[in-house]
Design a protein around this ligand. Structure first.
Ligand code: MG
Length: 396
């Protein structure tokens, strides 16, 4: 099973434009970059409309490819209708590059010259073709790829959402390996720096947030002539074996045992009650300590207690639950849903989804807030269903 382990995104006006007409969507399982064009803020309207239509959910269709293509066509129709209804918006348009992370592969639908790259094992591969004048000239042998990079008309695109009533998007479905990084970007990145320069930033292997900043900084250092948008996502393949292993380690600890764990933790964390037992005469304490020799029984009891505690700790690491983070985003947590005094949490965040609690109907919200204990695959499945279901159920 495939999932988005983490993602990071950044958009920047660049050094020469006054406004940012790029827009993006980064909400698992759907990631989109749109680069708008047209005077008097029309470009912003075009790119924002594309994002809005795609964010509302996939259209009907037999496959994800068909659904996503239909949604992109719907965005085109909407932008085109807006552009003919208002002179100020005449001719506005936008690119769109969308990646949908499915259960076992990634679907890409694309129009224009924004790009999707895949970074795998230190190699950068471009997955989309530019619908641009220069790339067509390269395909026809009229320009070399090097000449295309410097061509004065390299930002002229031959396909976009908006200018025509009907558009023909490119669609493809690609496989994924564990650890694959997908990069969606507007041409403000790819016309400012070469693929080799993009690869050099990715090869630094920094956290994704730092990588997005590094890419935007490189484009700005190269002149920043256009708006720059970068969406990065790391894919993770959850194998059946991993899920089974987690299931096995979970055996032996069920929900009924948890209140005990909570109670003992509570006692340990009240030092006042322990202190009261310390004798007032310090010498008495010394004497008592010297005379105390651990018998074999005590050693055994301590050993068993240590074993139980470590067992409980390791068992808790194999437990997951689904909850919401402080901003209300549905998340998967590793551990148990308790906090010790002094703010010691018995859980840590494992995955944050793009689904906010406020978007869910009441019954689904309860499923999240009751913090039922689950295996990792259960917890992942639940969030995945919400992610897929939210998109599915809101389809027009
Ligand atoms: Mg651009």
């Amino acid at each position: 099973m495939l999932r988005v382990a983490e993602h990071a995104e950044l958009t920047d006006t660049g050094r020469q434009r006054r406004a940012n007409e790029d827009a993006f969507l980064a909400r698992a399982p759907l990631f989109v970059v749109a680069d708008g064009m047209g005077g008097a803020q029309a470009g912003e309207v075009a790119s924002a409309t594309a994002i809005e239509v795609l964010a509302a959910g996939l259209s009907e269709g037999e496959s994800v490819e068909a659904q996503l293509t239909a949604s992109v066509r719907q965005a085109n129709a909407q932008i085109h209708a807006l552009s003919v209804a208002d002179d100020e918006r005449a001719g506005m348009g936008t690119t769109v590059t969308a990646a949908y992370v499915g259960e076992s592969n990634v679907t890409l639908v694309h129009v224009g010259d924004s790009r999707c790259y895949r970074w795998r094992d230190g190699t950068l591969e471009r997955l989309t073709d530019d619908h641009s004048l220069v790339e067509e000239m390269v395909r026809q042998g009229q320009l070399t790829p090097e000449q295309a990079l410097e061509h004065p008309q390299r930002s002229i695109i031959t396909r976009a959402l908006g200018p025509e009533a009907v558009v023909e998007p490119d669609a493809q479905t690609v496989g994924a390996h564990d650890g694959d990084l997908l990069l969606l970007c507007s041409d403000g990145l790819s016309t400012m720096i070469s693929d080799a320069q993009i690869a050099a930033v990715l090869a630094r292997d920094e956290p994704l947030g730092a990588t997005t900043r590094g890419l935007v900084a490189a484009a700005n250092d190269a002149g920043g002539r256009d708006n720059i948008t970068v969406v990065l996502l790391r894919l993770e393949v959850l194998t059946g074996a991993t899920a089974d292993e987690i299931e096995k380690t979970r055996v032996g600890l069920d929900v009924g045992q948890l209140p005990a764990a909570k109670a003992s933790a509570g006692v340990a964390a009240t030092p006042a009650s322990v202190e009261r037992r310390v004798p007032h005469d310090p010498r008495a304490a010394v004497v008592r300590r010297r005379r105390w020799k651990p018998g074999i029984g005590t050693v055994l009891a301590l050993f068993v207690a240590a074993l139980l505690l470590s067992g409980l700790f390791f068992a808790s690491q194999a437990i997951y639950f689904v909850g919401a983070d402080r901003e209300g985003f549905v998340s998967v947590y590793q551990g148990v849903p308790y906090e010790l005094p002094l703010g010691i949490k018995l859980y840590r965040e494992d995955y944050i989804s793009g689904i906010n609690l406020s978007q869910l109907p009441a019954n689904e919200r309860t499923t999240i807030t009751e913090h039922s204990l689950r295996s990792r695959s259960d917890a992942d499945d639940l969030v995945r269903q919400l992610e897929l279901g939210r998109l599915g159920s809101s389809a027009p």
